[in-house]
Design a binder for this molecule. Structure first.
Ligand SMILES: Nc1ncnc2c1ncn2[C@@H]1O[C@H](COP(=O)(O)OP(=O)(O)O)[C@@H](O)[C@H]1O
Ligand SMILES: [Mg+2]
Length: 261
């Protein structure tokens, strides 16, 4: 059983006089076996939260803690975070010129597990997962993210998640830019991990999204409304239906009034 705990997290971007506080005290707990959705308007700081947990150098942590099973995530290097069992799929994944998907996945699996996966089972696992994600086998020889379409990027992320078997996966806008078929395939990949991995291997999922669309495919156990750098409301999946009907306007208004007071 794993627990990712975010406590009173404050994060700024920019340097010196340009530094701007984006996260203003985020509290969130994700346990293995649970799926959480963070929903909020554009610019509310959702990606900043994902990047901060990932250890992106552009984001400065000015307060609060992030722990995974009691270990200080913020003190870890990016590699150590992956080895500890965190997986982060980014809204804007980077290109890795000259590195094929197949090599990238094997290197990542070796780094995360501390030893190279056995070639025979590995090749089979990769092939099976690619088939399940409706990916062309030739895709394995493409360079990572080079010229990938939106759907290919997201399939590649879920392929990584399926093979690396993290304790907690953070998926930022996994639904953006996907057509309905790609959305279904990607969601089924996440749902396979949720269903297949049980007990000590169970996965915690933090799904960051602007739209409620993906939540029809991946049903969250908890929904957190994120506005102006913090969680302002929480509930079960019925909260997503309310947001779909009413939008974020009421929360944004409240948040502005609180800021003025
Ligand atoms: N690297 C950065 N440099 C400058 N501003 C940033 C950076 N990252 C995020 N921001 C600002 O922080 C705010 C929140 O952005 P973001 O976390 O991407 O929101 P969301 O993912 O909810 O749309 C925005 O005002 C954005 O312009
Ligand atoms: Mg974002």
């Amino acid at each position: 059983m794993s627990v990712l705990e975010i406590r009173d997290l404050h994060v700024t971007v920019g340097e010196g006089d340009d530094a701007k506080e984006i996260l203003k005290g985020v509290d969130l707990t994700v346990r293995s076996g649970e799926t959480h959705a963070i929903m909020g308007p554009n610019g509310s700081g959702k990606s900043t939260l994902a990047y901060s947990i990932a250890g992106h150098p552009k984001y400065t942590i000015t307060g609060g803690t992030v722990t995974l099973d009691g270990e200080d995530v913020l003190a870890m290097t990016v590699d150590e975070r992956a080895r500890a069992g965190l997986f982060l799929a980014m809204q804007y994944p980077v290109e890795v010129p000259g590195v094929s998907v197949s090599n990238f996945l094997r290197t990542a699996a070796t780094a995360v597990k501390g030893e190279a996966p056995k070639l025979r089972t590995w090749v089979k696992d990769v092939r099976e997962e690619m088939t399940a994600l409706e990916m062309d086998p030739a895709f394995a020889e493409r360079n990572v993210n080079e010229g990938f379409s939106g759907g290919e990027k997201k399939r590649h992320e879920i392929l990584q998640m399926r093979l690396l078997k993290p304790k907690v996966a953070i998926l930022d806008e996994t639904d953006s830019g996907l057509d309905v078929d790609a959305l279904r395939v990607v969601s089924e990949g996440v749902n396979r991990s949720r269903a297949e991995l049980t007990g000590d291997d169970a996965i915690g999922v933090l799904l960051i999204t602007h739209y409620t669309r993906i939540l029809r495919y991946i049903q969250p156990d908890f929904v957190h409304v994120f506005v102006n750098g913090r969680v302002v409301d929480e509930g079960g999946k019925e909260l997503a239906d309310k947001l779909e009907a009413e939008g974020y306007a009421a929360y944004v208004k409240d948040s502005k009034e609180t800021a003025k007071a």
